[in-house]
Design a protein around this ligand. Structure first.
Ligand SMILES: Cc1cc2nc3c(=O)[nH]c(=O)nc-3n(C[C@H](O)[C@H](O)[C@H](O)COP(=O)(O)O)c2cc1C
Length: 214
């Protein structure tokens, strides 16, 4: 079909019947259609996160975790798939009890079991990784997930929610757990803001993603 089209086009040009349009190169229409097609990409994005519901610092009893809210918005904006890390044994709903357990886990550097691991990580190049700050660190269950998978050659973009301490150097912890991954600077969102002020979350995430060229 293309050959016939080119042949007809050549006859058309040689015969000089093109009038004004003979100045146009035959390649023009093809070029236009190429430009209109978005660049093909096989790079897939994943948002992985751990988040807790129940009684939480400064927000009362929540049915959707602060980090989950941010995670879902990042996924919506980037068209990413999501994977939620869940502890095999759920953390207590009561805030105080949860902080005590988390403190013990941190002190003993435990790796709590996860409910299930992801089975298709290989197909993703970029992973947004979300978590709450627990005792100035990432929850140990996040490390269980990171150490159970191979992040070689992947880009990890951390984001956290917190009660005031910000990222607290957690990018370093992630880089240590995934030595062959590239770990970018993260985003920190105050938990109460995530829970109660969604427009502020949108504004912060939009600006951050823009800075990352998303
Ligand atoms: C066990 C535990 C420890 C926490 N430690 C800190 C902390 O060290 N610094 C901080 O700013 N917030 C801390 N917080 C508050 C959480 O980081 C914050 O509320 C976060 O948004 C909770 O996210 P989530 O709802 O996704 O689990 C802690 C909360 C819990 C439950």
């Amino acid at each position: 079909m293309k050959k016939i089209f080119l042949l007809l086009l050549m006859i058309f040009m040689v015969s000089g019947c093109g009038g004004e349009s003979q100045n146009k190169t035959p390649a023009e229409p093809e070029k236009k259609s190429v430009e209109q097609t978005p660049a093909p990409t096989d790079k897939k994005i994943l948002v992985v996160y751990f988040s807790r519901t129940g009684e939480e610092y400064n927000v009362g009893n929540i049915t959707k975790g602060n980090t989950a809210i941010v995670a879902e918005y990042i996924a919506q904006k980037t068209g990413a798939d999501t994977f939620e890390i869940k502890a095999a044994k759920p953390y207590p709903d009561e805030y105080e009890a949860c902080t005590e357990l988390a403190k013990k886990e941190l002190e003993s550097n435990t790796r709590p079991a996860i409910e299930k691991n992801i089975d298709n990580l290989a197909q993703y190049d970029t992973i947004f990784l979300g978590y709450p700050i627990w005792w100035g660190a990432v929850p140990r269950v996040l490390l269980t997930f990171l150490e159970a998978n191979d992040f070689s050659g992947k880009t990890i973009i951390p984001f956290c929610t917190h009660g005031g301490s910000g990222l607290a150097g957690t990018e370093r912890e992630i880089a240590d757990a995934c030595p062959n991954a590239k770990v970018l600077d993260g985003l920190a969102v105050v938990g109460k803001t995530a829970q109660n002020d969604f427009p502020a979350v949108q504004k912060d995430v939009d600006a951050w993603l823009k800075g990352l060229d998303y």
